[in-house]
Write a protein that binds this ligand. Structure first.
Ligand SMILES: [Zn+2]
Length: 276
């Protein structure tokens, strides 16, 4: 069952995949979905709840970024208009397709899914959608990936942050400085709730502290990636850095925290090395 965070605003969380979240804003005549879940049954569960149970057809689906854990469910909403940045569409068509091919070999549950590209894109600024009495506005939040956006429900101050906020901040194919800039913008939006791409919902009183912790964590990644450049065995050095040293728990995101931590360190290290 979804969690309700404001009137007509619901959050759907994956039971199995890294505390992945998607959302729905349900209007009187039609609804907007923000991201999808990775497995077909989970995304169909969103559709059945919104269209079946609440009787509101999904007219729009917003992709916060191209990573396929958030976009694979596009194919289960054939009647919806799918919105994203132009960059998100391009990356889904290239990197996303490639990543899905690899994952399909490893994961039978993804056998039937196919990539469906957004059909309305925007390049700069933001777009707004009015759903009943609520206004959804997109906000550029790159860094985890180059194309990240968030969606703010203006009246209720609910921010769907996409993967700009995760229980473990993660730079997959993004940029650490960009992610820091995006994080710094979030408290100024005065959110009542922040729905992270992965992890628990953050309440108003905690947003500032969580953002500070995230920025401190990214500073740790930068510092140690830089240190590794001077080591004889840089990758060995990075592998020796346990996530718990940063104050974060290993069990976050269904246990994928140590793996994400390792990838953060390696991504930043390889970026610095390439710049040398
Ligand atoms: Zn994700």
């Amino acid at each position: 069952m979804p969690e309700r965070v404001a009137e007509n605003v619901y959050i759907f969380s994956s039971e199995t995949y890294a505390q992945l979240n998607a959302g729905a804003v349900v209007g009187p005549e039609w609804s907007v979905i923000i991201d999808t879940l990775i497995y077909p049954e989970e995304t169909k569960g969103i559709r059945d709840f919104v269209e079946g149970r609440l009787g509101s057809p999904v007219r729009y689906l917003i992709n916060t970024h191209y990573h396929f854990d958030h976009t694979l469910g596009n194919c289960w909403f054939p009647n919806a208009t799918i919105l994203s940045t132009k960059l998100c569409r391009e990356l889904l068509d290239t990197r996303g397709r490639k990543a899905l091919e690899i994952s399909k070999e490893q994961n039978k549950e993804l056998r039937d899914v196919k990539i469906v590209l957004p059909n309305v894109v925007f390049e700069v600024g933001s777009i707004s959608i009015r759903v009943g009495k609520q206004t959804l506005t997109t906000i550029m939040l790159p860094g985890h990936s180059p194309d990240g956006i968030g969606v703010l429900i203006e009246e209720d101050r609910v921010l769907f942050a996409g993967d700009a906020m995760m229980a473990v901040p993660t730079i997959l194919d993004g940029d650490i400085e960009q992610l820091e800039e995006s994080l710094k913008r979030i408290p100024a939006l005065k959110p009542e709730n922040v729905v992270q791409g992965h992890g628990d919902v953050i309440l108003r009183g905690e947003v500032g502290r969580v953002v500070d912790d995230d920025i401190r964590y990214l500073a740790y990644i930068k510092r140690h990636a830089k240190k590794a450049l001077r080591r004889r065995d840089p990758e060995g050095y990075l592998a020796s850095l346990d996530i718990e040293e940063t104050g974060m728990s290993r069990i976050l995101l269904n246990g994928s925290a140590p793996e994400l931590h390792k990838r953060n360190l390696l991504t930043q290290y390889h970026k610095l090395k390439a710049e040398q």
